[in-house]
Design a protein around this ligand. Structure first.
Ligand SMILES: Nc1ncnc2c1ncn2[C@@H]1O[C@H](COP(=O)(O)OP(=O)(O)OP(=O)(O)O)[C@@H](O)[C@H]1O
Ligand SMILES: [Mg+2]
Length: 278
């Protein structure tokens, strides 16, 4: 497997570089087995793979959220804007401009949408006026949230909660967002709406994204580059357009044939067809 094309382009600066990391849970369960990836500055990169492949673990390793789950990065290094970040706390990392939106769109259900957004500004020290301005910016990106600003988040729809979770992350003024399964549990039209906003934030605010997604189809339409994970390893990576046209990706992840995504393990000729494994 080649290393990422993005690393080879010498003019390209990477905002994030993950170098050969290993993650172990509970001191014994080896989950990531040498994962490397890069996100170029201003890029949208997709991290794809089925259930349990290790996508969320990779994101949590980057944003330093593993400790609370008894997980640990035991090998490798992680760099954000050229500086090593493994020893930083999640909050320090947020201050530096890298924030994660967790899987399952965690909102505070008993707070209003607007109060949820305000909790995202906790690392800032630039005063209320700036925070108010950014709340308006979030509402400009997510007009639905403006309408629902006084509703308790717990009573809003799944799509609105996902928007609230992304909006809250925006309130920290991030350079990069690690977004875990933004499409999960949403109707196709809402998925599209969320990805359109991701693209707009990328274009207009310059936010870089690393997106973990099971939904290969939508992720590869919006991302510029993709990595495919399986059992804790990156098994393939490439420019999004090439991955979309790759026969194996089509067969195993894009569900061409109408059955939806199939598991490699359930496909008989898996070993013969899967050209990217030695
Ligand atoms: N706290 C934990 N302790 C032990 N094992 C864990 C823990 N969290 C995850 N795992 C295991 O690590 C592996 C990778 O899980 P992870 O959640 O990273 O996968 P994923 O690609 O995000 O899957 P999904 O698409 O279902 O969210 C799985 O085998 C999972 O059972
Ligand atoms: Mg996950």
């Amino acid at each position: 497997m080649s290393t990422s094309a993005a690393t080879d382009a010498s003019t390209q600066k990477n905002i994030l570089a993950v170098n050969n990391i290993e993650v172990i849970y509970d001191h014994v369960i080896l989950v990531l087995k040498g994962v490397s990836l890069v996100v170029p500055e201003g890029g949208i990169v997709a991290l794809l793979g089925a259930n349990g492949a290790g996508k969320s673990t990779t994101l949590k390793a980057i944003s330093n959220l593993l400790r609370s789950e008894r997980g640990e990065v035991t090998k490798g290094s992680i760099e954000f804007e050229g500086a090593r970040i493994e020893a930083q706390t999640a909050n320090e990392l947020v201050r530096r401009g890298c924030i994660q939106v967790m899987e399952g769109r965690h909102c505070f259900g008993h707070l209003t949408v607007e109060e949820n957004l305000l909790t995202g500004a906790f690392t800032r020290r630039d005063g209320n006026a700036a925070i108010k301005r950014d709340i308006e910016m979030v509402y400009d990106y997510f007009p639905r949230l403006r309408e629902r600003r006084s509703s308790l988040a717990g009573y809003t729809s799944g799509g609105e909660q996902q928007m609230t979770a992304i909006g809250r992350a925006l309130m920290s003024r991030p350079k990069m967002i690690l977004l875990d399964e933004p499409s999960m549990g949403l109707a196709p039209q809402l998925q599209e709406e969320i990805f359109e906003i991701i693209k707009k934030l990328n274009d207009q605010e310059g936010v870089s994204f690393l997106l973990a997604e099971q939904n290969t189809n939508i992720a590869l339409r919006y991302a510029t580059y993709g990595y495919i994970m399986e059992s804790g390893r990156i098994v393939m990576d490439g420019v999004a357009k090439d991955l979309r046209e790759n026969e194996d990706v089509k067969e195993f992840y894009l569900g061409v044939g109408g059955e939806g995504r199939r598991s490699f393990k359930n496909v008989k000729h898996y070993k013969r067809r899967k050209r990217w494994l030695a």
